[in-house]
Design a protein around this ligand. Structure first.
Ligand code: ZN
Length: 464
């Protein structure tokens, strides 16, 4: 086995790892690099590997930093299968269409305003082509990836349809298994199931996003959300929540539903201002069989689980007209809009409108990568740039880390320990998907617990 770390190596975006086995090549994830345009553009246009030499893609989940370059791979000539779970397929359909749309708009913006000629990385037709190549498999179902190599998805408990995966093959009469964590979620997250451990693995590729910190609890996050809403509405301001349209938005909505039922938030409009979030919520409604039935609200609505998203304050504003009309309405409201890292999408319009208002709050509920506007807001810069305009940031900034869909350092270590319990031969742990400080801290912690850990630099090749 030869592993090649070609993305999300010493960083958190662009997930892509190559597994070479017996002349076959499997690509784990094919994510988009995100961050400063000038830096990621070239990286995104460089293929992870020659397309005609990739035999199969095994996708962990639908997040753009894991799936966002698949249409490019297809555009460049990849015709093989892309394995995934059914919900991942459904989410990819809406998320990648959105990604294609954003890239076309960006290219158009650069052409018109900066006279730069940039081709979009891919277009909608590439997403359609990709959809025909996707091969959905349910959790725990064993399937053949390439002749002689099998895989099995387990629930990663991170977003709807997210999976960790084990690849297995026979070597000199022994079954060998490579585990890939994908993004590890958290126990107790709203709606989705809890992370399941991988079993009997020889090597593990594991994410490390929050390898250097612990989160506040899931329940603590909901209580904080209630506090921020009450305080902001009390000032007469708006709560702006930049959130991933997929996963985080539905989770917030679910929590607001719980807070509302418990009488813990005032009755103000809750605006889900993102066409993608509307579509993603529809995907959730189609995939209720994998909802976490251990949760009270899911059980309460067991006859129609999709009803967990429905209560009278919620308003979806899919069209630009509805969105603008809503923004111009006076009075407090809660706005949940994409993008999660404040790099694009309607949240920018809301920021342009409300960032200067000290009564309002920008509530950050997700990881903010370096060089993103979201990170600059977390750092409470006095001036932020929105659509090229400088705007004073006078709104309050609140950060709730408890909303992370990623395991924290304790969760990652426990997840790995659970895998080790059934893995007598577990040798190496390769940390991916983390910034160096998080990776180094986690590596030290895991080394103390007896693991052989490394955090491969981009391009590193490892033979085992
Ligand atoms: Zn993810």
């Amino acid at each position: 086995m030869r592993l090649q770390f070609v993305g999300a190596a010493r960083e958190v975006t662009g997930s892509a790892h190559l597994v070479h086995l017996d002349g076959r090549t499997i690509l784990l994830d094919c994510g988009l690099f995100q961050g400063r345009r000038s830096e990621v553009n070239a990286k995104n246009r460089r293929l992870p590997y020659a397309v005609d030499r990739i035999d199969a893609v095994v996708l962990s989940h639908a997040h753009i930093d894991h799936a966002g370059r698949l249409p490019f791979l297809v555009k460049e000539g990849y015709t093989g299968p892309v394995h995934c779970t059914p919900a991942t397929r459904d989410l990819c359909e809406v998320m990648l269409a959105d990604s294609a749309h954003i890239q076309e708009k960006d290219a158009d913006f650069l052409r018109r305003h900066r006279k730069e000629l940039v081709q979009p990385l891919y277009a909608l037709r590439d997403v359609s082509t990709l959809m025909n190549q996707m091969r959905p498999h349910r959790y725990r179902e064993r399937f053949e990836v390439v002749p002689g190599v099998w895989a099995r998805y387990m629930d990663a408990g991170h977003i709807l349809g997210s999976a960790s995966v084990t690849l297995e093959w026979e070597e000199d009469g022994t079954m060998r298994r490579l585990g890939f964590s994908g993004d590890v979620g958290r126990s107790g997250l709203a709606i989705i199931g809890d992370p399941e451990p991988l079993e009997d693995v020889d090597w593990m590729i594991m994410e490390s996003t929050y390898g250097d910190r612990d989160h506040t609890s899931v329940e603590g996050a909901r209580a904080e959300l209630g506090r921020v809403v009450r305080e902001t509405v009390g000032r007469g301001g708006r709560v702006l929540i930049p959130a991933f349209a997929v996963g985080r938005t539905q989770e917030l909505l679910y929590n607001l539903h719980q807070l509302h039922d418990a009488g813990e938030i005032p009755r103000v409009p809750i605006v889900i201002d993102s066409p993608l979030a509307s579509e993603a919520t529809a995907v959730f409604r189609e995939n209720t069989t994998i909802f976490d039935v251990s949760e009270a609200m899911v059980r309460k609505h067991d006859k129609d689980r999709a009803a967990i998203f429905d209560f009278d304050l919620v308003q979806f504003t899919p069209t630009v007209e509805e969105s603008k009309a809503m923004m111009r309405r006076s009075g407090p409201m809660i706005v949940i809009a994409a993008s999660g890292m404040v790099e694009a999408g309607r949240i920018l319009h809301h920021l342009a409108y409300s960032a200067g208002d000290p009564r309002s709050t920008v509530l950050i509920v997700g990881f903010q990568a370096e060089h993103t506007l979201g990170r600059r807001i977390v750092e409470r810069r006095e001036i932020i740039k929105v659509f090229g305009e400088e705007i004073p940031l006078r709104a309050q900034v609140e950060v709730i880390n408890g909303y992370s869909a990623h395991a924290d350092r304790t969760g990652l270590a426990s997840w790995l320990d659970a895998a080790r319990a059934s893995s007598p031969r577990l040798a190496d742990v390769f940390l991916v998907h983390g910034e160096p400080p998080a990776q180094d801290a986690l590596a030290a912690r895991l080394t103390e617990r007896g693991y052989a850990v490394s955090a491969p630099e981009p391009g590193t090749v490892v033979t085992r």
